[in-house]
Design a protein around this ligand. Structure first.
Ligand SMILES: Cc1cc2nc3c(=O)[nH]c(=O)nc-3n(C[C@H](O)[C@H](O)[C@H](O)COP(=O)(O)OP(=O)(O)OC[C@H]3O[C@@H](n4cnc5c(N)ncnc54)[C@H](O)[C@@H]3O)c2cc1C
Ligand code: SF4
Length: 543
């Protein structure tokens, strides 16, 4: 088929992600060192579908899930001299290819986006593989806000969670995963524009900190890291655990928690081929301690699907998600949103502390697919693509959801919005519009159905005042709080030590144990909390 020339004029040129010229030179630094370091640790400790352990293993500790929570627990428990085995549903190593479909297949739970049912469907993302969410996240590292830790320490009556005590553990983890500020050289214009906007408005924020010391700013963190510049937990915490003797069985989905005489005594997993998904043999692991770190979706999904949840209390009943939306801006100058650190800058407004806008990058094909625009509208959108900037906006939510399991083994997620959260989100979107305009955008528009274009924040505010939940494009990738720590077995699943209130031998240490919504990106707090909890278990299990 041929098209008349007029229909394709002017040419719709989308600038491809920049090939960083000194890539080879940059890869000669820490990423290479990390690779060398990994080479010093026997690969025999990581098993996949083709070289499985089993059919039965007896260990001190079995850990289900190799994300930030599982990695941190494995490191501490191995350091204590315990025999640790991690079981992970996803692949043993990053299966990076420069394609969303590939990431969806290998590195996202349930083949990419899960959907929370509610007044409107809410897409929810969670990572998969040895490294869990840290393989595909944007590497943002925030410590928990002080007031959140103060609340947790009060609620749990435990000084270990107080800000000053946690600060030491944060610092140690930050050093190990190499948290560094985003440098201007790799920030990219979208992040720099937000930094300018923040400064001009006298707000807090600007370039943020990430565990990506060798980042070259290619902007595709959410499908993996092609350079090794992101220090996901497979490169440090799991490496430490392996060096201390921990083993990992990847391609193994745990389907059952074994309970005998009211005590958790092990798990049963089934091997699945990473490419074909063909089922392989089962692996039974018997352990003194069963540690669930399958994530705030995966842990309740497992406990409900194997029928153990009902014995444990409100498993999966207190899901928080940090739900959010976004605002785009159009500039007179090229921005190329997909160049630079994937999410490298943020905005903090003390007047609205429950909202956290940060930049987001997406490759051109995602904009095209998401815009829903057709015909002339699509053509206009494409011609503007190089000039777009944007901020994602997420809320520290009071809204609560639940996670159960469907017969298929997939998670059944529900989420009820708190009206206050919606208002906070809309206020945050107006704040984001203001920042983008101050940073240099000519006009801004919300990620909503039939969005208007606005050259001032007041006009955006008027549109947001008439915006309902169903109008917004929504997204969430921070599931938390589904097996919360708490003093009361009626309202929490684990106690302040991370042990199940109602079952001996069962422990949890993923983002599910947060007693409340966090308000900032959760990976660093997941690692820190898991480290603190596992240190307590080590004393008991070794002694
Ligand atoms: C796209 C995206 C971007 C994000 N960006 C950031 C960011 O920049 N900064 C930040 O702080 N946070 C970010 N997050 C969130 C962060 O990654 C998570 O909060 C963090 O990974 C939670 O750690 P976890 O150990 O609780 O769970 P997960 O990381 O989800 O790990 C759980 C692991 O358990 C495995 N598993 C699940 N069920 C089973 C089973 N039955 N058997 C065996 N294994 C199982 C999963 O495959 C997974 O590997 C992002 C998340 C996503 C998805
Ligand atoms: S932007 Fe993300 S994917 Fe690209 S090099 Fe940096 S850390 Fe890796």
């Amino acid at each position: 088929m041929t098209f008349p020339a007029a229909e394709i004029e002017p040419p719709l040129r989308i600038d491809a992600p920049e090939v960083v010229p000194d890539l080879a030179a940059r890869l000669g630094t820490r990423a290479r060192q990390a690779a060398l370091e990994a080479r010093g640790v026997s690969d025999e400790a990581i098993h996949g579908f083709d070289d499985p352990l089993g059919p039965r293993e007896d260990v001190d500790v079995v850990i289900v899930g190799a994300g930030p929570g599982g990695a941190s627990a494995a490191r501490v428990l191995s350091q204590a001299g315990l025999d640790v085995l991690m079981l992970e549903d996803g692949p043993a190593r990053s299966r990076f290819r420069s394609a969303w479909g590939n990431a969806a297949r290998y590195h996202y739970q349930e083949d990419y986006l899960m959907v929370a049912e509610g007044p409107v469907p809410l897409p929810v993302a969670a990572g998969r593989g040895v490294g869990g969410g840290s393989l595909v996240n944007s590497a943002i590292c925030f410590r928990s806000p002080r007031h959140v830790l103060e609340h947790w320490a009060d609620l749990l009556d435990d000084a270990r969670f107080a800000p000053d005590a946690m600060a030491e553990v944060y610092a140690e983890i930050e050093a190990r995963i190499e948290v560094v500020p985003v440098g201007e050289a790799i920030a990219g214009e979208n992040n720099l524009l937000v930094e300018r906007g923040v400064r001009k408005l006298g707000l807090e924020g600007g370039l943020l900190r990430r565990n990506a010391p060798d980042c070259i700013g290619c902007g595709i963190c959410n499908i993996g890291c092609p350079t090794g510049g992101k220090f996901s937990v497979d490169k440090n915490l799991i490496l430490d655990a392996r060096r201390l003797g921990a083993r990992v069985q990847a391609d193994c989905r745990v389907q059952e928690v074994l309970v005998e005489g009211g005590r958790a005594v092990g798990v049963v997993g089934r091997l699945r081929h990473p490419d074909t998904r063909a089922e392989g043999p089962t692996l039974e692991v018997r352990a003194k301690a069963v540690v669930l770190c399958a994530g705030a979706i995966g842990t309740p999904r497992l406990l409900h699907s194997c029928g153990v949840a009902d014995r444990l209390g409100p498993v999966g009943e207190t899901l928080h998600l940090h739900p959010g939306s976004g605002v785009l801006g159009l500039c007179d100058f090229p921005v190329h949103m997909w160049r630079g650190a994937t999410q490298g800058a943020y905005v903090h407004d003390r007047a609205n502390p429950k909202v956290l806008p940060h930049t987001f990058n997406a490759p051109p094909e995602v904009f095209i697919a998401q815009s829903g625009a057709v015909g002339a509208e699509a053509k206009k959108m494409l011609s503007e693509l190089n000039h777009l900037c944007g901020l994602g906006v997420m809320v520290s939510d009071d809204g609560v959801g639940s996670v159960r399991a469907m017969k298929s083994g997939r998670a059944k997620i529900k989420y009820t919005w708190n009206p206050k959260d919606l208002q906070i989100l809309k206020d945050g979107m107006v704040l984001s519009g203001r920042v983008l305009l101050a940073g240099g955008a000519r006009e801004v528009f919300a990620l909503r159905h039939q969005a208007g274009r606005h050259t001032d924040a007041e006009s955006l505010q008027a549109e947001m005042d008439r915006t309902e939940l169903a109008d917004l494009t929504l997204y969430a990738s921070h599931p938390m709080g589904t097996s919360p720590m708490g003093p009361d077995p009626e309202t929490s699943v684990v106690d302040r030590t991370g042990r199940a209130h109602r079952m001996e031998g069962l422990y949890m240490a993923d983002a599910g144990v947060f007693p409340s919504s966090l308000g900032v990106n959760p990976q660093l707090t997941t690692m820190t909390l898991s480290t603190v909890l596992a240190a307590g278990w080590a004393e008991e299990l070794v002694g």
